[in-house]
Design a protein around this ligand. Sequence first.
Ligand code: GUN
Length: 292
Amino acid sequence: MSAQVISGTEISKQIQAELKDEVAQLKTRGVAPGLATILVGEDEASKVYVGQKLKTCDRLGITSFHHKLPPDTKEPDLLKLVDQLNKDPKVHGILCQLPLPKGLNADKILLAISPDKDVDGFHLLNMGKLLSKKNMKEIEEEKMYLPCTPHGIIQLLKRTNIPMSGAEAVVVGRSNIVGKPVALLLMAENATVTICHTGTRDMGEVTRRADILIAAIGKPKVITAEMVKDGVVVIDVGVNRLPEGLCGDVDFNAVKEKAKAITPVPGGVGPMTIAMLMVNTVKATRKLSGVK
Ligand code: GUN
């Protein structure tokens, strides 16, 4: 059996088509959604990611305000820019691309972004809201910003009709950006969630239990065919650069022979992260302008 390959590219296109109409409607009512992006330094991967975000804004009719800062930017200057963007009525969402160069404290910068403009969902207030909600209904009612990659993963599963309620979900990785928040969202979807990390004694023993396996490790091809059971659904969050090209955290060719469904790299989770950023930007525009 070979797995269904879940196209994040296609699902992201559907979401973008929905959003394009919403943006056009907002504009007819006198509100133009605006996203400010901040890129500090010369990290090559970050340049690519921010470039993709700006291109998507353009495609959807969202105004972007890009701020490119040198690698030796001092913390007070970055904080001053964030303060200006917090106050700018044309800016509804603010994104500071991570990682920041050495010497800049990401926690401090993220905390300075207004929680109402925090379209990445990284501000402690938004992270705390996510932690405090019990289910998706409560999360939706709160009209909060969900972190983009975890929210994109949930949308991939939903739009592929993968049942989450009652499923055994195993998350590999415990980062604040992916592992922890995706575990909370899967729990809110009523899955039984286990998180593996570098301290896990026998990772294969845990991952073989998974009906849904989320790989967010940041190392190439860690998840092998021996580590999954037949019929698993695998979501690969990894983007690793090897001499032969990009690859995920999953040994795709081997694991796809056992899986029911699997995301590719590239073309899986990546496009979904961008789509959910646009969702949050439109949400922020409605919230700040008061236009429903
Ligand atoms: N670095 C890796 N992923 C992300 C993301 O989703 N947002 C930002 N701002 N930086 C990142």
